[in-house]
Design a protein. Structure first.
Ligand SMILES: [Zn+2]
Length: 716
């Protein structure tokens, strides 16, 4: 997978609150066990430091310069040093005494014959001169357009940094480096580390920016971008926090990024390790997502949002995710791509932790449910694989919904098993132990053992080293004589695919008219019979109270219980109740109950879920709920309502949609009102749509909706 794809994945996961937004056509199931068996790269030397002096001609899309490499031999008698080098031509190599060194260059490597074989532990320094032009990957030259100024930016992830300078390009080695970049005057160069200085050469019309990354990190985290950036300055205590944006986005910098200092404070406390780098920059680039280059995150320009639109299009998901990588990925880095979860699951769990902190428990629950849905979609339509796997054809294979949401949910379960304080202590100890080093999964498991004294090998074995998740079939009965609830719990996952029988703690809540009682039980067999006291017939039996497990559940409930659940359960239970009620489509109580939730539930996600069920239900009672919901305080609810109304294709609603477009403040709702006009099939609305298409909106969403509605009407 290219960076762009991986980044798109990040963006989709983040912006969709963890769930895939795409409705990808179901592709053939993939068998991960047939992918290439990979192993961590063996090193004959330890790369220590690079000095990269680069001239970049943004007009000619050309680059070249000198890279000085310092390394320590890990062999007795290292005669040849092989570096990764691709898409540029090395013209000469010389030793630190200035003597020319023999070298050969293949399509992917540069082999330098050292002046004399290096001893074990001996430091060696040499310099390579080279030049290249517009490489296919690794360095992007971008022409000016309506969306962006002329830019150049590196694109090093996951192993493409060697397309713009010769180096050891694998994450199991950490280096420091200096980057001295010369570009045309009028541009700024952002990069990792500390700014040493900026020097202008008036005669040559160039400017040179010198950056120093003097804390070690892996090469794929090396980054620079050059362009006419505006730098909006912010800070957290004495730490500089800067937002590098295109000139046209200056006013959007604070609405988009303004919570960054608060996030740094939150993560410092949560991780028990203060932000480790000299500054934090977020730098706009045109590509698809975010890339967490050390202290200089490359961030897609598409997240830029003005103050008016920010509540509806917040960037905090992606901003907190990439920031969390400054610890998870940059400070501690996966040793090989088999351990991608050490970067991505921790990053994804962190973005949940921040959103839970910032927005509250209910939003947090919805965020986690979105992550679970994202994983389930991949598991059900594409493949299951162990989260830690040395089977992959390319690193990008690992950047999927197993490494992102599933691993995040595994951390959430671990937290519930070891407890709050031990969990966050594990994170802190792990960071302190492996700071500025590469790490692998066994390092984390060992840390869990050391901090808690608990052997949780069984937990990691089933969740990290085996594929899949438990699928529970649950039967429930109330025994009036014995006054107990009988619960039959079967694990019915497909064992033929290598999915284990899971050992999991699960909380069962039994609610009766007399009150609620929650009991934690451990499931570990294919079939278990459980009993819980219940004086009267339960109003609700809740499996997995707290929603901690990665699971599928088939737990049939009668209408009374679902109606109770829709009104009285937690957020996730109420959403589930709204969906399950569709099994009782024809019962006269169903539509009014959903309509009552759509109107009156205190939390928007339930109002939205109820509307979506009503849309599937149809009928006058359902339809009557849509119009009032178009006035809901929450735009996601209004959007669901106007979508449902639009599907009625009712010409009688033309005036209603026009009013909605004119009065609503949400660009999403306004756009959907225009699409609804198109769906009415009424040609008289075309002039209104034409006028609407000139209304400015975020990323032209209103214009695009108006045009698609016109197209739909003209196709008739
Ligand atoms: Zn990430």
């Amino acid at each position: 997978m290219t960076k762009r794809n991986a980044l798109n994945l990040v963006l989709i996961l983040i912006l969709a609150g963890g769930a895939f937004a795409q409705t990808a056509a179901p592709s053939a199931p993939i068998d991960f066990s047939k992918k290439t068996l990979q192993s961590e790269r063996t090193q004959s030397y330890d790369a220590v430091r690079y000095l990269i002096k680069l001239h970049v001609d943004m007009d000619q899309k050309a680059f070249g310069g000198e890279t000085t490499v310092t390394l320590i031999s890990l062999r007795e008698g290292l005669a040849t040093c092989v570096l990764d080098a691709e898409e540029f031509k090395v013209t000469s190599v010389w030793s630190d005494y200035g003597d020319p060194l023999a070298f050969t260059q293949s399509a992917t490597e540069l082999a330098v014959t050292l002046a004399k074989p290096a001893k074990l532990g001996e430091a060696v320094t040499f310099t390579c001169a080279y030049a290249g032009r517009d490489p296919k990957v690794g360095l992007n030259f971008v022409d000016a357009s309506a969306d962006n100024p002329k830019l150049v930016f590196s694109d090093s992830f996951p192993d493409k940094v060697h397309h713009w300078f010769p180096c050891y390009d694998y994450p199991n080695d950490k280096v420091t480096y200096d980057l001295v970049v010369t570009v045309k005057a009028g541009n700024k160069v952002g990069a990792n580390g500390r700014l040493v200085g900026v020097a202008e050469d008036k005669a040559a019309g160039t400017v040179t920016w010198h950056w120093s990354q003097d804390l070690p990190h892996s090469t794929y985290l090396i980054f620079f971008a050059a362009g006419p950036y505006v730098v909006v300055r912010d800070s957290y205590k004495t730490l500089p926090v800067n937002y590098w944006v295109y000139p046209q986005d200056e006013k959007k910098a604070l609405p988009t990024y303004g919570k960054t200092p608060k996030m740094i404070e939150f993560f410092n406390k949560t991780f028990g390790f203060d932000y480790p780098w000299q500054k934090y920059d977020q730098i706009s680039v045109p590509s698809g997502g975010g890339a967490e280059s050390t202290s200089a995150t490359a961030m897609t320009q598409r997240i830029m949002v003005d103050a008016a639109d920010e509540p509806e299009f917040p960037a905090i998901g992606i901003v907190s995710h990439e920031l969390a990588h400054q610890w998870w990925g940059d400070l501690i880095t996966l040793r090989s791509w088999a351990h991608t979860w050490l970067n991505e699951s921790f990053g994804t769990y962190s973005d949940y932790l921040y959103q839970r902190f910032d927005l509250g428990e209910d939003e947090g629950a919805v965020n986690l449910a979105g992550k679970q849905a994202g994983y389930m979609r991949e598991a059900k339509t594409r493949y299951i694989r162990p989260i830690v796997s040395d089977r992959y054809d390319k690193p990008g294979d690992m950047f999927d919904s197993h490494s992102y949401p599933k691993g995040a949910l595994v951390l959430h379960m671990l937290r519930s098993i070891v407890g709050e304080e031990p969990f966050f202590k594990i994170l802190s100890v792990f960071l302190h132990r492996f700071a500025f080093q590469p790490a692998e999964t066994s390092d984390f498991i060992r840390t869990v053992k050391d901090v808690t004294g608990r052997n949780l090998d069984w937990f990691f074995d089933q969740w990290l080293f085996k594929p899949g998740h438990p699928v529970f079939d649950i039967g429930c009965q109330w025994d009036a004589k014995r006054k107990v609830v009988l619960l039959m719990v079967a694990q019915v996952q497909d064992y033929a695919r290598g999915i284990p029988v899971f050992r999991v703690p699960v909380a069962i809540k039994v609610v009766t008219a007399k009150g609620a009682a929650t009991t934690q039980v451990w499931l570990k067999e294919k079939m278990e019979k459980l009993e819980f006291p219940a004086e009267t017939k339960p109003l609700l039996v809740r499996f997995d109270e707290g929603n901690l497990l990665i699971k599928e559940v088939n737990f049939p409930k009668d209408l009374d219980e679902l109606l109770y659940q829709l009104k009285s359960d937690d957020v996730i239970g109420r959403i589930g109740g709204a969906g399950e009620l569709l099994k009782f489509k024809d019962d006269p109580r169903t539509a009014p109950a959903l309509a009552a939730s759509a109107k009156g539930d205190a939390f928007w996600a339930i109002r939205k879920a109820a509307l979506e069920s009503l849309a599937k239900l149809g009928g006058p009672a359902a339809v009557a709920a849509f119009k009032p919901a178009c006035k809901d305080a929450n735009s996601a609810v209004r959007l669901a309502a106007v979508l449902a109304l639009g599907d009625l294709k009712d010409r009688g609603l033309v005036e209603f949609y026009k009013q909605l477009f004119n009065k609503d403040t949400s660009p999403r709702v306004r756009s959907e009102a225009l699409r609804a006009l198109g769906k009415t099939g009424d040609p008289s609305v075309v002039p209104f749509l034409r006028q609407a298409s000139s209304v400015p909106s975020r990323q032209n969403m209103v214009k695009r909706a108006a045009e698609s509605a016109i197209k739909q009407l003209e196709a008739k």
